[in-house]
Design a binder for this molecule. Structure first.
Ligand code: AMP
Length: 396
């Protein structure tokens, strides 16, 4: 972590510490239904308050156009207090008089949540006026929200240029895990890329072929590769127009010394629904009225054999239509193998993006991975090899 300034470098005692957090939690009728993201910020808030700092939390919620009552952070402040075991005050604006008064009342070791930063247009536009209005409220800035670091907004990037800036604990763990997985990994590195379409993951595939030793392609996107290689994929989800792109990716990988692993057998059905009658066939024998919905047992065994030979795994996307039983089998089997090898100390494994967390939770495997990122877009941009503005601003 030497590349970034962290809370270890910050003297927070007696200071007003503006902490950018991710509170975009799922809500139902004003109640938080999954508090994973709230629990993730606890180490940072505790660290700051226990060292006598004044924790002032900044976050956005939803995509409001101006002030919209149903996108207020007020209900989350209550949940936050209960979760952190610490009273969390709330100010109904993130800048101006209400915010300044609430900050002035805050004592050392206390916490305050400011209202949704996106109630002001200056947040997403990252205007100097809005950044200054926020900066007035703090002495130092801590970014603990990797999931919003791909956006150069006032509270995710602008503030880092006006106040001394540090990575929070959750940001630090994420950067640490991601660095170990792709920037300075133990080799060989195997990447699993699954999911629906090649078109949404072109940059990601391009970046990974240059960085990893083995690239396992699964899910609907594998069909595009199989079709490009001349296999009949029947009525499978397939982007036939991307055949030249798929062939180019295979060629680039070859030049880069990255081995591409595609399914050798598949589970096919005539209907896209749970428990549809199905059969396992080699990739050469898909009938024209069938669709590929999962990788088959020989493919699972092949991937497991490859896993035995690598030291690092990066995972994004499911192997099949994992929401429909039994087409979750390959995703579940391979995810469990990765989790077991990680728990046995043979692997470092990092997963994230889109449906990946849901797929690994479904497989009951997420807990076994070294790190599972709940950041969607930011994780994918990182896999694409892009610099994230919120992260770059924290570099030493
Ligand atoms: P993504 O968001 O790109 O990671 O794609 C995830 C989605 O891909 C999941 O909803 C899966 O059901 C779907 N998917 C994976 N494999 C297949 C397949 N062979 N046919 C249709 N959909 C698939």
């Amino acid at each position: 972590m030497a590349a970034f300034r962290t809370l270890d470098d910050a003297d927070v005692a007696g200071k007003r510490v503006l902490i950018r957090v991710d509170l975009n939690v799922p809500m139902d009728n004003g109640r938080v239904t999954d508090d994973t993201r709230i629990r993730a910020i606890e180490p940072t808030v505790r660290d700051v308050t226990e060292r006598g700092g004044r924790a002032i939390l900044l976050a956005h919620f939803g995509r409001p156009k101006g002030r919209e009552a149903d996108q207020s952070l007020a209900p989350i402040a209550r949940h936050l207090g209960a979760c952190l075991g610490l009273p969390v005050r709330f100010a109904d604006d993130c800048i101006g008089e209400a915010a300044e008064a609430a900050v002035n009342e805050l004592r050392d070791g206390e916490a305050l949540l400011l209202e949704n930063t996106r109630f002001h247009a200056g947040e997403e536009k990252n205007t100097p006026e809005f950044v200054s209005a926020l900066a007035k409220l703090g002495d130092i800035y801590v970014n603990d929200s990797f999931s919003t670091a791909h956006r150069a907004h006032a509270s995710t990037e602008g503030l880092a240029h006006q106040l001394p800036a540090f990575a929070g604990r959750s940001m630090e763990s994420e950067l640490d895990a991601l660095g170990k997985a792709l920037e300075a990994p133990e080799r060989p590195v195997l990447a699993v890329v699954g999911g629906a379409k090649v078109s949404t993951k072109l940059e990601l595939l391009g970046n990974l072929t240059a960085k990893v030793d083995l690239l396992v392609i699964g899910g609907g996107m594998a069909n595009t590769f199989l079709a490009a290689l001349g296999h009949d994929v029947g009525k499978s989800l397939c982007e036939h127009d991307l055949a030249p792109t798929a062939l180019k990716i295979i060629e680039t990988a070859k030049v880069a010394g990255c081995e591409i692993v595609l399914p050798v057998d598949v589970v096919v059905a005539k209907d896209f629904k749970a428990n549809a009658p199905h059969r396992v066939v080699p990739v050469t024998e898909v009938a024209s009225d069938e669709m590929i919905l999962d990788a088959g047992p020989a493919t699972i065994a092949l991937v497991q054999e490859k896993l035995n030979k690598v030291k690092t795994v990066v995972w994004n996307g499911p192997f099949g239509a994992f929401e429909l039983t039994p087409f979750d089998a390959a995703t579940v089997a391979v995810a469990r193998s990765v989790a077991q090898a990680t728990e046995a100390g043979h692997l470092l494994s990092v997963a994230g993006g889109g449906d990946t967390v849901a797929a690994l939770n479904h497989a009951d495997a997420a807990g076994g991975f070294s790190y599972v990122s709940t950041a969607g877009g930011a994780f994918l941009e990182w896999l694409e090899g892009k610099a994230l503005p919120g992260v770059e601003a924290l570099r030493r």
